[in-house]
Write a protein that binds this ligand. Structure first.
Ligand SMILES: N[C@@H](CCC(=O)N[C@@H](CS)C(=O)NCC(=O)O)C(=O)O
Length: 211
């Protein structure tokens, strides 16, 4: 049994999706951002960063969404969220998991949390720089997918697609949403047709960018 500390539509999405794809029994614990519950002492004991997601595995809490995806893929090899250990596709899988988490994760974080950089609102040059970083990353992924897709690893779905989907969703109200790149749009459409996505929307109470 896993316990996922989450907030709807946030970085916990990829972990929630992975749990649903695996079909692993889990308990959902909503962290109420409106009450600042992520910064309460009892939550900070689970996650010293005061962020979601936190996944409790065998009684021990772990954080960082990409790491949690990797841990779940490894613990449930039968779910096929990652290719076989030691194979070339597995190397590709690690590459893209780290790319998303490294190239997109921090840029999105700064885009949505100007307070991380000490301001209430980004000055235009910072906003433009973050936007450029995010769009450059999407251009790179689209250039990969166009000849090598439709999924990140080619013809078959894997867990890294879930990470891509979460980050694509976050761009929906940005100046250039990820779905404006054709190969990204195709990937998003394939993934949004999966039962796990529909189920997550029901459970998390999400409505926009459903399909
Ligand atoms: N690198 C972390 C980022 C987690 C993160 O920034 N979570 C946000 C939601 S998307 C959060 O908890 N925000 C609440 C806060 O910072 O107060 C991960 O990927 O797990």
């Amino acid at each position: 049994m896993y316990t996922l500390y989450y907030s709807p539509g946030t970085a916990s999405m990829v972990v929630h999706l992975a749990l649903l794809e695996i079909g692993a029994p889990h308990r959902m614990e909503k962290v109420d951002f409106s009450r600042d519950a992520q910064h309460m002492p009892e939550y900070l004991r689970l996650n010293p960063r005061g962020q979601v997601p936190t996944l409790v595995i065998d009684g021990k809490p772990y954080f960082e969404s990409a790491a949690l995806l990797m841990i779940l893929a490894e613990r449930h090899p039968e779910a096929g969220l990652a290719p076989a250990v030691g194979s070339a596709p597995r190397a590709d899988w690690y590459q893209w998991v780290v790319f998303f988490s490294n190239a997109l994760g921090p840029a999105y974080r700064q885009w949505f949390y100007p307070s991380d950089l000490g301001s209430a609102e980004h000055p235009p040059f910072v906003r433009d720089a973050l936007r450029q970083k995010i769009e450059d990353a999407w251009s790179l992924v689209d250039a990969h997918l166009a000849p090598h897709g439709p999924y990140m690893l080619g013809s078959g779905f894997s867990g890294v697609d879930l990470l891509a989907l979460m980050y694509m969703r976050w761009s929906r109200n940005m100046p250039r949403p990820a779905t404006e790149w054709p190969a990204l749009r195709r990937l998003a459409d394939l993934l949004r047709a999966r039962p796990s996505w529909k189920r997550l929307y029901e459970i998390e109470g999400l409505t926009d960018w459903a399909a």
